[in-house]
Design a protein around this ligand. Structure first.
Ligand code: HMG
Ligand code: MG
Length: 298
């Protein structure tokens, strides 16, 4: 069932940087996007249009989107939790917007300040407006295996959320292990629940690496045929509303895994490692990519 090619969305500029305590200048975020596209990334999650009180690091969304020198064939996506965010994003012409819900009620409340049902009511007009504007729509589903507030999350909750997302016209969903507690069988069960509503071509994996399981979980998803994966250069990141959660699986590590199995990505690993080195130096900390560490030590 392994796919012959995989599409990677680098979420580093958004998921990777949103939790940084020190302000990261817009110019650095823009340079990171440029380096990612130079490395062959065709999908980049650039920023989010959320409340600057909630997530101060993303307050420069407009400057970042305006500053990116767009490359033809690259899709630039942004997070929009409500119509206010969508309208702000529209001016910056994203190719894709992401509405983000959660499979657990507690996380929905902490992250976006409303229940799952209310979140869907807020997303519905965003999805309609995006489609009317010719913008693609992705839905992120947080806490599909575990929640920092509720513990284990059963697949039935994922089934429920995926059905709601489908019902409002979301075209593609990401199965997120927000706090990285998942192991392969649990992640497969969450994907199985999602596949009741979405075709395999419309499902992404989004695995955080807090417990060191994200590469294994990525392989488990690949074995089911999932060929879209969200990853973060240098393994940057963490969610501000999931205490202690670390970054997404490192893009470098997933590219190494895929190339090692003969699966195409269109990404140049050396150029990607350069992008990871750049942002790690800017943040003043070592990369979280094991592959980058190993290759740089050679
Ligand atoms: P709220 O307080 O319920 O919203 O927040 P509200 O409509 O009552 O408005 C309150 C204030 O926020 C008002 O401003 C609004 O104008 C403003 P005030 O009058 O107080 O000055 N506001 C906004 N400002 C800018 N952009 C907007 C916006 N909407 C309202 N779009 C809201 C609701 C969703 C806005 C808030 O809870 C929020 O911003 N949360 C942040 C969520 C977030 O960014 N989380 C991290 C990303 S999700 C993630 O990382 C998970 C993912 O990676 C998958 C995974 O790993 O699980 C995707
Ligand atoms: Mg995430």
């Amino acid at each position: 069932n392994l796919p012959s090619r995989v599409k990677i969305v680098d979420v580093g500029p958004r998921d990777g940087l949103q939790n940084e305590k020190q302000p990261v200048p817009a110019a650095v975020k823009i340079e990171l996007v440029h380096r990612l596209q130079a490395a062959g990334l065709k999908e980049i999650e650039v920023t989010s249009y959320v409340s600057p009180k909630w997530v101060p690091q993303m307050a420069d969304n407009h400057a970042v989107m305006q500053g990116v020198r767009r490359q033809p064939g690259v899709r630039y996506s942004v997070l929009t939790p409500n119509l206010k965010g969508f309208e702000a994003a529209l001016a910056d012409k994203p190719d894709e917007i992401v509405v983000f819900g959660a499979a657990s009620e507690a996380f929905s409340q902490k992250n976006i300040n409303c229940s799952i049902a209310e979140s869907i009511e807020r997303f519905a007009p965003v999805v309609q407006a995006a489609k009317a504007a010719g913008i693609a729509v992705r839905g992120a589903m947080s806490c599909t295996v575990g929640c920092p507030y509720e513990g284990d999350v059963p697949p039935s909750r994922v089934d429920y959320l995926a059905g709601l997302m489908k019902g409002i016209g979301v075209e593609h969903v990401g199965v997120a292990d927000t706090i990285g507690v998942g192991t392969p069988k649990k992640v497969q069960a969450a994907i199985e629940a999602t596949l009741k509503h979405f075709h395999i071509d419309q499902v992404s994996g989004h695995f955080h690496d807090t417990y060191g399981q994200a590469v294994a979980n990525t392989l488990a998803a690949l074995e089911m045929g999932v060929w879209h994966h969200d990853t973060s250069v240098a393994g940057l990141g963490g969610c501000p509303y999931a205490k202690g959660a670390t970054g997404n699986v490192a893009t470098e590590d997933v590219v190494y895994l895929l190339h090692g199995m003969g699966i195409e990505t269109g990404i140049d690993l050396d150029a990607l490692i350069d992008a990871g080195t750049y942002i790690s130096e800017q943040l003043g900390r070592p990369t979280n990519s094991r592959v980058a560490r190993a290759l740089l030590a050679k």
